[in-house]
Ligand binder design. Structure first.
Ligand code: ZN
Length: 388
C-alpha cells in the first residue's frame, strides 16, 4: 500500500562552497554483502544530500543539491537487492537518484568519505534488509549460533491500524487568504471546517486525525507537507475557500496535483495559493518548481492515482450536498499537495466573493453537512484502499 513505512532523513550541512559550480557524480558502485547492500557514489565535492526510503514500490531516494550526473556513469541495474539505479534532474539544478529495491530495507549507515589518494569524495549508503534486522541488535538468534539457517523472524501480530487523516486548514496568522464581501476571512473558515471534519471523523471511531494547525497561526506550505509526512498521514486534505472577480461564480471544487493545470483558472488558483509563502517574505523559488514533473513522476504515479480516485469519491459525495463548480475535480500545481508519498487533495469549499456562498460558508448547518459528506467520502475511500 501507499504508506511510508519508514522515512529516514539525513541532512548533512557542508562547509559553504566558494564556487557555485555543480557537483558531479563521477561514478557509482553497488554491492550486496551478506546482511546489507552498499551503494557508493563518487562525487567531485562534498555532497549536500537528503536520503529517505519509500515503499510500494520499495525504493531509496537520494536527493543531491547542485549536482549533475556525469554522462560517463551509466545507470544500470546491478545487484540482487538493488534492482535498478535511475536518476533525473530536479529544477535544472539538483539531482534525484532512485534505487529500486527488491525487498524491504532500512537505512543502516550513511557516511561521506573524504578524498584520499585517487579517490574523490564518496557518499556511502548501507541498506539493511528488514528481515535481517535481528542482526542489527547484535543478538544472534539461537539457530544461527548453531550454524543453521537463520530462521525468519516471527511475523508480528498486527492489530488493524486506524488510518491517519491529516487535515490542513489553509492560511492563518498574518495570511488571511481570500476575504469575503462581508469581510469573512478564508483562514477562519478553513479552520472551522477543518475542526468540523475532525469531529466527524473521530465520531466514527475509525480514524486518527491530525490538524496541521488548530489555532490562528501561519504555517509555510512546505511545513504543512512536512507535518503530514512526519506524522505519517494516510490521507492529506487541505481546506480552502476561494474568491473570484466575477461575484456570481460559486460552487465547491476539489483539486489534485498535476504539473499541468486542467485549465487557466486552476493554474491561477494554484499560483494564488502558492503565493502564501511569498507573503511571508520568503521566496521559495526552488520549492515552487518542486511542483514539477520529477517529483510527481518519479515519486508518486501511484499516489496521484489514489488522490484522483479520492477526489472523485469526494465529488460524488458532495454533489448531493452542495453546489459544485463546473468540472469540480481539477488539477493544478498546488505546492501544499506535494507530500507526494501521501494521497492528497485540496478542497476549495466555495467562493467568499459570492454573497450567497459567503453566508452559506459561515453557517453551522452547512459546515456540518459538508464535514459529514467529506467524512463519508473518506469512509468509501478506505473501503477501496485498505491501509497496511
Ligand atoms: Zn486558500
Amino acid at each position: 500500500m501507499l504508506i511510508i513505512k519508514l522515512i529516514f532523513t539525513i541532512f548533512l550541512l557542508t562547509i559553504p562552497q566558494v564556487s557555485l559550480a555543480n557537483t558531479d557524480i563521477i561514478s557509482f558502485r553497488t554491492a550486496d554483502k551478506k546482511d546489507f547492500s552498499r551503494f557508493v557514489l563518487d562525487i567531485s565535492t562534498n555532497p549536500q544530500y537528503e536520503i529517505f526510503v519509500l515503499q510500494d514500490p520499495m525504493r531509496v531516494v537520494i536527493d543531491l543539491k547542485d549536482t549533475k550526473w556525469n554522462n560517463s556513469a551509466v545507470p544500470h541495474s546491478s545487484t540482487k537487492r538493488i534492482k535498478a539505479v535511475r536518476y533525473a534532474e530536479k529544477n535544472g539544478r539538483d539531482l534525484r537518484i532512485v534505487l529500486d529495491i527488491n525487498q524491504p530495507v532500512s537505512l543502516k549507515k550513511i557516511f561521506v568519505l573524504q578524498p584520499d589518494g585517487n579517490n574523490p569524495h564518496r557518499l556511502v549508503i548501507d541498506m539493511q534488509p528488514d528481515n535481517e534486522l535481528i542482526d542489527i541488535a547484535g543478538i544472534p538468534s539461537p539457530t544461527s549460533r548453531k550454524g543453521m539457517d537463520i530462521a525468519a523472524p516471527k511475523p508480528k501480530l498486527k492489530t488493524p491500524r486506524k488510518p491517519l487523516i491529516v487535515i490542513d486548514a489553509g492560511h492563518g496568522g498574518h495570511d488571511p487568504g481570500s476575504i469575503g464581501r462581508k469581510k469573512t476571512k478564508e483562514k477562519n473558515i478553513t479552520l472551522k471546517y477543518a475542526k468540523a471534519l475532525k469531529r466527524e471523523l473521530l465520531k466514527t471511531g475509525k480514524y486518527k486525525v491530525h490538524l496541521t494547525r488548530s489555532t490562528d497561526k501561519y504555517i509555510k506550505l512546505r511545513q504543512r507537507v512536512n507535518i503530514a509526512r512526519r506524522v505519517k498521514g494516510d490521507l492529506f486534505v487541505s481546506v480552502h475557500a476561494d474568491s473570484h472577480r466575477n461575484k456570481r461564480v460559486r460552487g465547491l471544487s476539489v483539486y489534485t496535483l498535476s504539473e499541468n493545470a486542467s485549465d487557466k483558472e486552476a493554474a491561477a488558483l494554484a499560483a494564488k495559493e502558492n503565493k502564501s509563502d511569498i507573503i511571508n517574505g520568503v521566496d521559495l523559488g526552488m520549492q515552487i518548481s518542486e511542483v514539477s514533473a520529477l517529483l510527481i513522476d518519479m515519486v508518486q504515479r501511484d499516489t496521484k492515482n489514489v488522490s484522483s480516485s479520492f477526489a472523485e469519491t469526494l465529488v460524488k459525495n458532495l454533489k448531493k450536498k452542495t453546489k459544485l463548480l463546473r468540472n469540480p475535480h481539477r488539477f493544478a500545481g498546488f505546492r501544499v499537495l506535494t507530500g507526494a508519498d501521501i494521497p492528497s487533495v485540496l478542497v476549495e469549499l466555495g467562493y467568499l466573493s459570492n454573497r450567497k456562498e459567503e453566508k452559506l460558508l459561515n453557517s453551522k448547518k452547512h459546515k456540518n453537512k459538508l464535514a459529514k459528506a467529506v467524512a463519508r467520502a473518506i469512509d468509501s475511500h478506505f473501503k477501496k484502499y485498505k491501509i497496511e
